[in-house]
Design a protein around this ligand. Structure first.
Ligand code: NDP
Length: 331
């Protein structure tokens, strides 16, 4: 029987070889800089699949501010080598599994944040590509009822919201102020605090046109930062979650014994900053809430952006005005 196996990988069956080509379309940069460094490559190498990894045929991806900061070279000391295919967030279909993969199989619809540590050696071959290789433990099955574009917007932001609430010791009956409530992380932090943790009171900040949205997400109090300084209001909170970079003001509105968790910028005790760790088990834990609709993905209405519009998507993200997630779909 004549077998048309590729000479470079004779162990691969013809069926698999047909599904996974050697090259793919991807966005990449080979130097740090502004959006102009992003180039479309229609013959990028499909990444190799490690023993504990699966290869995902990417259906949708999402941008995070860390993609822009990384592209600008802000983390170059701990970054993986150039050239870089950017993108942490992915949703897609498993097309190949490494030998040590236990749970996932070909055909599974998955989502996740592909880089365990956002700033320390994030993947060189990211999600803004037709294929990406990811450790099984960083992925979860896509929540039923969500499409790929909705699922792609969740992982890094929801993991950050969850990890921040956990690290701050948030629990049922506590009050919280969320700075930046309309962004990718803030929109999920509001929903988790209210609908998963059982907050007694959720307050959040945004500009005037986004106040109604904060209420829809579950905020009891929506503070218009263009009209009021939250640190001058009488209310104090058990926890302050800062997704803007206002640590100095945030510590002024926390109750004695409470905590202030910040994602960016400086903060003095009792405030602290952390960097998100990707973890598929967090997504699995949250899947029931995502499937029941208690927690909803928020895709920015300017998107989803086409795969050809990645440069535009980055520049929109970098305005700092996105509502929820900047999603790229379909890929
Ligand atoms: P987004 O780009 O999604 O945030 C955009 C939102 O921020 C907009 O809706 C905007 O609302 C709001 N915003 C901007 N300025 C203010 C303000 N002064 N007060 C209230 N809201 C404001 O960002 P993300 O949510 O994805 O990330 C937020 C920050 O956290 C980024 O700096 C990011 O790098 C960082 N981050 C850090 C992580 C970590 O592990 N440490 C993980 C994830 C994110 P409006 O238009 O109304 O101003």
């Amino acid at each position: 029987v004549a077998v048309a196996a590729s000479s470079s990988s004779p162990a691969v069956t013809t069926a698999e070889a047909g599904e996974v080509p050697a090259t793919m379309k991807a966005w990449a940069y080979d130097e740090y800089g502004d959006g102009g460094v992003l180039k479309f490559n229609d013959a990028a190498a499909v990444p190799a699949v490690g023993e504990e990894q699966v290869l995902v045929r990417v259906a949708a991806a999402a941008l995070n501010p860390v993609d822009a900061k990384r592209r600008a070279g802000k983390f170059k000391a701990t970054d993986s080598p150039l050239p870089t295919v950017p993108g942490y967030d992915v949703a897609g279909v498993v097309v190949k599994t490494g030998s040590q993969v236990k749970g996932l199989k070909e055909g599974d619809e998955v989502y996740g944040n592909i880089s365990e540590k956002a700033l320390e050696g994030p993947k060189q071959s990211g999600s803004l590509a037709e294929y990406t290789a990811v450790e099984e433990k960083l992925l979860a099955l896509k929540p039923k009822g969500l499409d790929f574009a909705q699922a792609a917007g969740l992982p890094l932001a929801v993991e950050t919201a969850h990890e921040g609430l956990e690290r701050a010791g948030f629990s049922a009956g506590k009050s919280i102020l969320i700075l930046g409530g309309a962004g990718g992380v803030g929109s999920l932090a509001i929903q988790l605090a209210k609908h998963v943790y059982g907050a007694s009171k959720v307050a959040a900040t945004a500009s005037t046109p986004k106040l109604e949205l904060l209420k829809t997400l579950g905020a009891d109090v929506a503070i218009d930062y263009t009209k009021e300084n939250f640190e001058e209001l009488p209310d104090k909170y058990d926890i302050v979650f800062d997704a803007v970079g206002q640590g100095e003001k945030a510590v002024k509105v926390v109750k004695e014994g409470g905590s202030v968790v910040v994602l960016t910028g400086a903060v003095a005790p009792p405030g602290f900053r952390f960097v998100v760790t990707s973890d598929g088990s967090v997504l699995e834990k949250l899947n029931p809430y995502l499937e029941s609709g208690k927690v909803k993905p928020l895709v920015d209405p300017k998107g989803p952006f086409a795969f050809s519009q990645v440069v535009e998507a980055f520049s929109y993200l970098e305005t700092g005005r996105a509502t929820g997630k900047v999603v790229i779909s379909p890929i």
